[in-house]
Design a protein around this ligand. Structure first.
Ligand code: SF4
Length: 57
């Protein structure tokens, strides 16, 4: 993982089961890694763009 940042991005997120979610609407990490699911090529958002930084609470 690199530490590069484009502009002043913030990460909105509603995944409340993640330990990095804050107040149900944002991510408290400075940077996340978005990754595709393993061995899929469906073109569907739910398969192609998962949060790889997710950690269960
Ligand atoms: S790490 Fe990913 S899933 Fe967890 S709060 Fe941040 S953006 Fe959401």
């Amino acid at each position: 993982m690199t530490n590069s940042k484009a502009g002043n991005q913030t990460i909105g997120c509603s995944v409340t089961s993640c330990r990095y979610n804050k107040d149900g609407n944002m991510c408290e990490l400075n940077r996340i890694e978005v990754e595709p699911a393993v061995d899929v090529n469906t073109g569907e958002p739910a398969d192609e763009s998962l949060c790889g930084s997710y950690r269960k609470r």
